[in-house]
Structures are given as C-alpha cells and as structure tokens.
Ligand binder design. Sequence first.
Ligand code: GMT
Length: 371
Amino acid sequence: MNIAILSYHRIGGSGIVAYEIGRAMAEERGHNVHFIGLEPPFRLKDRYNDKIQFHKVWLKEYPVFDFQPYAMALASQLSEIIIRENIDIIHSHYALPHAVSALLAKDISGRDVKCVTTLHGTDITVVGAHPTMMNITKYAIEKSDAVTAVSNSLIRDSESRLGIEKGKIKCIYNFVNTEFFNSGLNTDIAKEMDKRIIMHVSNLRPVKSPGDVIRIFHKLEEEMQDQLELWIVGEGPLQYEMISLTEELKIREKVRFIGICSNLGGLIASSDLMILPSREESFGLVALEAMACGVPVLASRVGGLPEVIEDGVSGFLFGHGNVDEAAEKGLRILKGKNYYDGIVKEGLKTANEKFSMKKIVTQYEELYLSC
Ligand code: GMT
C-alpha cells in the first residue's frame, strides 16, 4: 500500500505514535510511507529508508492573511501527492486540521483514497468540544472512512461531547518502541547520583497539573529527608510557576529543570518513579514509556490512564488533585523493595504484552486493509 501520514511531527505523543506506525509499515511490512507536514518526524532524521519519504508543506507568505492557511496549503499539496504517489490511505493524526485537510484533498484529487483518522485527546477534549470547532470536528469524524481513538475513555468522550454515533470510533491503543524505551538503557546518570530520581515528563501545560508534581514531591521529600531529587523533563508555559512553587516550598535546590531531551528513554530508565498528575489524559504515553523502562508510575485516575495502569498492580492511581493520596502511594512504592520490584515486573509485562508495538501496528494494518 501507499500510505500518507499527517501529523504534528514535533516531540509529543501523537507525533511519536504517527512516526512509529509509518516506520513499522515501511521497515517491517514493506509499504511505501509518505510523511507530510511542516517538519520531518524527529526520529526520521537519523534513519534512512528508501520506502519512506518526507514531503514538506510550503506556506505562501501573503501580508493580507492574518494567519497562514496551513490546512488549505496541506489539502492542496496533498491532493497532488495523492495522484503523483498513487496514495491508497491517508492516516490523519488529530481530527483538526489533518482529517479535514485529508477529506478536502481526496475531493480535489477525485481519487478513491481512504481517509483513516486517529483521535489523540486534546483534539476532542480541548479543541473539538469547544463550540467554535465542534461542527467541523464532528464532520471530520463522520466523513472519515475509519476512525480510531487511543483509549476507550476517549471514545466515550468523543461520543458524548460531539454526539458521535456509537460504533463509529474503534479503540486502538498506543504502543511503545522498546528500541528507545527499555530497562537496559539505565545509564551512567543514575550511577553518578547518590539520590533517587523522581521524574515528570510533559509539555508543562495546565492540563498536566504540573504544580501537583512539585506538591507531591515536597511531601515525599519531607518523609524521605534528602534522599530524593525531582527532574522535570520538557518545557511549557507553567515552568515559571513551578519554579516559584519550589522556592515557596524551599525545595528549589532539589528540583532540576532539564528541558527537552532527545535521549528520553535513557533519562527515564535512570529514574525511580514517574509522576503524572494530569487533569485530562486520553492515554498518557509517557506512563507506558516509563513502564517499558522498568520505572513505576504514579498517575491520576483520569481519562485513559486506568486502561494503561492497573492500580496497585502495574503502577498506582490517585484522585486528580489529591496530593495526600498520591504521596501516600508514592511512599509505599519507594519504601518497599519487594513491592517496588513487583510493580516494575507487572509494568514491564503490560508494556511488552498488552501494548506491544507488533500487536498494535498489526491492528492498524488490518484497519487499512479493511477500508
Ligand atoms: O499531552 C499533550 O498535551 C500532547 C498530546 C499529543 O499531541 O501528543 O497528547 C495526547 O496524545 C497522546 C498520544 O496519543 C496521549 O498519550 C496523551 O494522553 C494525549 N494528551 C491528552 O489527552 C492531554
């Protein structure tokens, strides 16, 4: 098959999943894959394959436009690619704008190309559910030939918030590439540390409740006196509020802000606990990446996270905003060696079995073939 993949190819769960699906379709299953976007997927830069091409979307600067119309430029250039490359499937990650551009490109090209759309979360819960964008999001879902969501929770949200008919959206979970995330990656970083590392990875936006990371760490630190350090990986708008909070709680010197890091697997594998206290999370790919690295996860009981983590078995869940419950569970993990090992073992099993890359990529390939 000739497959076009539309995604935001920056660092972030949806871009990673989109890239890994395309890479596996080309490298492991012999399909021709065309990534289309403003920038190539960042993992592609280090990896050549003659079955993979990247097509840059060019934007025409014009002073009358308040904003460059990316969705239209994409639709126009994609309609040409459909014909030139004989595209069979367009796989859009995010309803907006990608699925809309894909439908428009199909119409312009006049070809019977199939449109597959994957919903990742904020495209529904934040953007799509907003009255200004609801009708076009619903249109993109209803007109796509097949629609998937990364968790059952996201399917329920899409059905209830947008009034989508039951059965239209199918759940295909996210997965993790264990080449980049595994317990063997544990690096020199950890060996040089005399403290245990508590980690948080996100884009530090309000939906991630990053202030709770600091509050939970503060409580863990109070109990474990100088044994812990908090590492924050990623960057985003709430970073300065987080820094102020560390100063207020007098723990500034125990918290490192690492920023964006390309060796994420190595960093995660060097840590002892991952905290993910989000207000909303359709799946929580970083939780799965931590489990694949043999690191226990302490996450809020929201969205798709209970589908990824079994509370008390493969990780721990707490009520969103309940810092006391989170700290109590965090201490249970950090203080009990046998307990810790049991959670790690179950987390690894979940990452390698329930969310195995091979199994999930097969589900996408079967979906493409069934369209
Ligand atoms: O979490 C974000 O803000 C980024 C966003 C993205 O585009 O990667 O994440 C969403 O998609 C990921 C991949 O499917 C999911 O693992 C995240 O849970 C989801 N984020 C939210 O629902 C808030």
